[in-house]
Design a protein around this ligand. Structure first.
Ligand code: FE2
Length: 361
């Protein structure tokens, strides 16, 4: 089968935030990112400050509007700090933009060339759900740092071992899941690889539906959630209320040593969802033998699940903002290509305990 919309990989994830200087430093100290590049007033960027954070293949861009009439300033007020762009690296920006828009994607910005003494970068962007966009980037003719106009920064972090973006999850509006599943299928040529309905993902109180979309080469995975009716308000509904509409719910970062990654993150103050200790009583019966020491896994509260191809270890942070919106997943895949379905119930009950504390259940 030919890939009708070739995407090399997730190029970077851009966060729009109220104070990128502070946010960049928080991510450096907790996640161990290097702050590698900067663009702002001092480099000739008139309306934004931007900090590029890198750790292995994970690239986060923290951006702040500098002026009240910045086109995205209103969105920031509405959503709070939010994931504004999941950018793709593509072979041919013009062709990708033309293909997407001819299939019905709404243009955010047409193809343009950014240039400095290190060469040229071609870039464009299309809208997806909520106020999120997908930039399309090609920097084959560029030898500089990230994008033209950025200057190097030498602020090193102490890495926690995150390697690449495993998947990004979108929470969409009520009854919107299939619309966005079709959007990724029809416009970006993604295929649906998994479905979870309310029988898979429901607790005594709340429910949600989810489908997982994957790019042609399998390197980009986007689960899409919508709320479902339950006896109480689901975490997706809570997100939609506090985010002010659809948006990115969590970004999953892959590590090859989740025990060390979680130990480091906890020692730096990162807070995680906690499952009851009884989760571990039947773990081996459920997932069989694993390489890791059960005591380490249980002490750190790491979740384990198995599918036909192997197993995975994962752990979810609490929201990383005052609004109960964006959070992180840390995941180590040992063959498994799935998303931890066996953990959904324990996980959602943990989220509901947090919701109850917030009074938002
Ligand atoms: Fe996830």
């Amino acid at each position: 089968m030919t890939d009708s919309f070739p995407i090399r990989k997730v190029d970077h994830v851009r966060f729009f935030c109220g104070n990128a200087m502070h946010t960049a430093e928080w991510y450096r100290r907790l996640f161990g990112f290097d702050i590698q590049a900067y663009a702002g007033l001092e480099t000739g960027m008139k309306d934004e400050a931007n900090y590029l954070l890198t750790e292995n293949d994970v690239r986060f861009l923290m951006s702040t509007p500098l002026l009240p009439d910045h086109p995205l300033a209103e969105q920031l007020g509405r959503h709070g700090d939010f994931v504004q762009d999941i950018a793709f690296e593509v072979d041919d920006v013009d062709l990708a933009f033309k293909t997407a828009t001819s299939r019905g994607a709404k243009a955010f910005s047409g193809p343009r060339t950014l240039e400095d003494s290190f060469g040229k970068v071609r870039i464009a962007a299309i809208h997806t759900y909520g106020d999120v966009v997908h930039s399309l980037v090609n920097r084959d003719d560029f030898s500089g740092l990230f994008l033209p106009g950025f200057r190097p920064v030498d602020k090193k972090g102490d890495p926690v071992g995150i390697e690449f973006v495993d998947h990004c999850v979108g929470n969409v509006e009520w009854n919107g899941m299939n619309k966005w599943v079709d959007w990724y299928a029809n416009i970006l040529g993604f295929e649906q690889i998994q479905t979870f309905d309310d029988k898979d993902i429901s607790t005594e109180y709340t429910a949600l539906m989810s489908k997982v979309m994957q790019s042609g080469n399998g390197r980009v995975k986007f689960p899409i959630n919508e709320p479902a009716e339950g006896r109480k308000r689901s975490q997706i509904e809570e997100y939609l209320i506090y985010h002010g509409g659809p948006g990115v719910q969590h970004v999953a970062l892959h590590t090859s040593d989740i025990i060390n990654t979680i130990k480091l993150l906890k020692s730096r103050g990162m807070e995680f969802l906690q499952v009851p200790r009884t989760y571990y009583d039947t773990l081996f019966e459920r997932v069989g033998e694993i390489d890791e020491d059960l005591n380490d896994i249980a002490d750190l509260g790491i979740l384990v699940d198995r599918d036909e191809e192997g197993y995975l270890l994962q752990l979810f942070s609490k929201p990383v903002e005052d609004r109960p919106t964006l959070f992180y997943e840390f995941i180590e895949r040992k063959g498994a290509k799935s998303f931890g379905k066996g953990n959904f119930k324990a996980l959602f009950e943990a989220i509901e305990r947090e919701q109850a504390l917030r009074g938002t259940l």
